[in-house]
Design a protein around this ligand. Structure first.
Ligand SMILES: Nc1nc2c(ncn2[C@@H]2O[C@H](COP(=O)(O)OP(=O)(O)OP(=O)(O)O)[C@@H](O)[C@H]2O)c(=O)[nH]1
Length: 189
């Protein structure tokens, strides 16, 4: 299955108060941890961002087509730009993500699903997902109507959930603030 990978590196980072994808974890920016997990699968990696702070990375940067719409706006830009039917969309704040989990997600996606994501009983992970280009019209309408919640988008699209145990959530953890990063570092020490 030919897949393009898009990392969402936009938004306000208001809880982190600095460019989230460039926050250091184990001496390396979040975004580089994510790229490292993707590279054994593909080097077709693109960043959705308006920030020049990512210019040092060799991958293509695509500016947002719509502003202030949150992750759903970034996904809209990614799918509009994409030349492949299947697209792995990742947020920039998941430094623990592994190649194995990404491979599992890609291998379990089926053509009938517009979106495939992981979920445990307590948590769904919509920003670690396979998104089909065919959902673009639904995305566009959602943005036009300012219906920007990812869980609302999932409800509108035929989707597939890859069930995981609660204990498997850890590598999918997203880090939104300095406090959460601190907790993660304590957890791992
Ligand atoms: N390209 C793009 N990515 C976005 C946008 N808004 C959020 N994201 C990304 O979506 C993911 C989840 O973002 P959130 O944590 O919901 O929002 P945020 O703006 O980064 O952070 P907060 O201001 O703290 O809510 C992160 O990878 C963000 O970089 C956007 O407008 N464009």
């Amino acid at each position: 299955m030919k897949t393009t990978v898009f990392i969402l590196c936009g938004g306000k980072s208001s809880r982190m108060q600095s460019e989230k994808g460039l926050v250091l974890f184990q001496k390396k920016p979040f975004v580089e941890h994510i790229i490292q997990a993707i590279l054994p699968i593909t080097d077709q990696i693109k960043l959705i961002t308006d920030s020049q702070e990512y210019d040092y990375l060799e991958y293509e940067k695509i500016p947002d087509l719509v502003l202030d719409k949150g992750p759903i706006g970034g996904i809209y830009t990614a799918l509009t730009h994409s030349e492949t039917e299947f697209n792995l969309i990742l947020s920039c704040d998941i430094p623990l993500i592994s190649t194995e989990l990404l491979k599992e997600l890609i291998s379990k996606h089926t053509e009938e699903a517009g979106i495939t994501v992981f979920a445990s009983e307590s948590k769904t992970h919509p920003l670690i997902g396979i998104y089909s280009k065919k959902i673009l019209p639904i995305l566009k309408t959602a943005i036009e109507n300012d219906e920007l919640k990812m869980m609302d988008l999932l409800a509108k699209v035929p989707h597939q959930i890859i069930k995981i145990e609660e204990s498997e959530n850890f590598p999918l953890t997203n880090i939104n603030s300095a406090d959460e990063l601190n907790d993660l570092n304590i957890n791992l020490s």
